[in-house]
Ligand binder design. Sequence first.
Ligand code: HAS
Length: 557
Amino acid sequence: MQASAADNKRPFDGKDAKLVLAHLLVAFTALLLGGVAGVLQGLVRGGMIELPSEIGYYQILTAHGVLMALIFTTFFIIGFLYAGVSKTMGGKLLGVVSRMGWAGYVLMTVGTILGTIMILANEATVLYTFYAPLKANPFFYIALVFVVVGSWISGYGIFAQYRYWRRTHKGSVSPLFGFMAVATMLVWQIATIGVAITVLFQFIPWSFGWVEKINIMISRTLFWYFGHPLVYFWLMPAYMCWYICIPKIIGGKIFSDSMARLSFVLFILFSIPVGFHHQLMEPGIAPVWKYIQVVLTFMVVIPSLMTAFAMFATFEQTGRAKGARGLFGWLKTLPWGDVRFFAPFMGMLVFIPAGAGGIINASNQMNAMVHNTLWVTGHFHLTVATTVALTFFGVAYWLIPHVLGKQLTPRMNRLGIIQTIIWLIGMFFMSGSMHTVGLFGSPRRTAYTTYGDHPDAVFWMPYHVAMAIGGTILFIGVILMFCNMIALMRAPKGDEKTAAEFPIGETADAAEPTPKWIERWGVWVGVLVVLILFAYTVPFGDMLVNPAPGSKPWVTW
Ligand code: HAS
């Protein structure tokens, strides 16, 4: 059951608007600060500037990764999900849900501030993956606990609103947005168990000095149990925009509600038991378990291929309904001048090579070639920093004015298109050079060095300069995005006709009805638990029974 056109225009609840905007404000502030760190590190790595001696390269690398990959995304996603849940499941959040949203927000913000202080104080230069045996100040790990626990509470709020809706609409299939929000938060809740265990039982006692050593293998395995589904926690809200909002924006309909839901169910099943594909080059895990997790990794590609199919189908059906002819005539009918479409579409386009790169990474032999090189950095700048980020930017252009009852003016729309193009140009230079120089062997996570003028390293330098140029262009994109966000908040008020809408698509008439079994969450979680146990029990048990000697803490900065 989807919202009608009148629902899309209906004013957004004032109280809920504050909650959504509070999340977006932290998200975009993190983007700005992370962007400052990013441009600096690009210029350092390209040999173009030197940092003052009090600031370390790895310190700003940590700030960049934490603020952009973890904080910008998490705050934006929770704000977006709360907005959609409020819009499509009752028109306003229940009192208790709103309180949970605020409680989660406050905890996450406290965690973010504490974590950022630790990084700026040079107490936590451990990069965003915080691999042991690098040891941060215990308060950095405590900050992570705040962020994760806050996000759990926010997730419970989404579950509560969904349960309420289902209780009051017995026999109906839930709104697609609500279903997808629950699926996304379910992936998050189950994935973060891994990071919670390693932080609570390994990092905190070890960083306080209560235990002498840490088992690195276990900490990394728990991290990647969380780290891979994390990327789908970023991707699924982008897919929500593609499946639900884009059809409405282009004047079409959702190709198939059931297919959209099925792809999210597949993400629940297959996004978690695949962490070993980040550890393919690590000793201590028997090859057969790596092989099994690689097979499961290829399973998690399927919902993305389904999404590509659904998007092409939506575009083509809409174009043909508007009279497009020929194989690609529908392309001309797409609203290229509308930033709400243009930015996410560019994200989709980029996801074709980005996803292909992921499939390369997942292939054991090719992983040996690219692992720990700048290729991987190039991969995640295309996936999360382009596909996901551009989609989130595209959402912000209508979400901010919608919740405030304001307009997306033609001027803001134009600025949005310019911002998207700047992003694409910057990313072309930066990620393109990262991919290429990665294939030549240039390692990731290193500051500027020519390794004593070794010919290979000297050969890499022009690519590092191109990365710095791309990074500088992207920084202009970050500043413009931040200014656009402020301008969107100050946009002129709209009336029924001119206010920005929350674009919620309707399902195509020809689509099959959605089967009710798709909402049997217990079944999906049950199958997921079986898959996790299958993929992890033996190799993890092995790490516990035959533990490595463990490591004392290292503080290298
Ligand atoms: Fe990845 C490393 C494998 C997707 C993010 N990945 C990373 C890291 C990050 C990351 C952050 O197997 C680095 C972590 C670190 O710091 O070490 N990744 C994959 C695979 C996929 C994948 C198989 N990754 C993502 C997404 C991310 C993300 C999504 C963020 C959002 N990744 C790996 C592996 C590694 C890795 C290894 C470890 C590497 C190493 O050695 O360290 C798949 O999910 C990708 C499937 C995607 C597709 C594309 C479908 C295309 C679509 C667009 C359709 C376009 C349309 C428009 C409709 C098959 C849906 C067309 C219109 C026209 C007009 C043409």
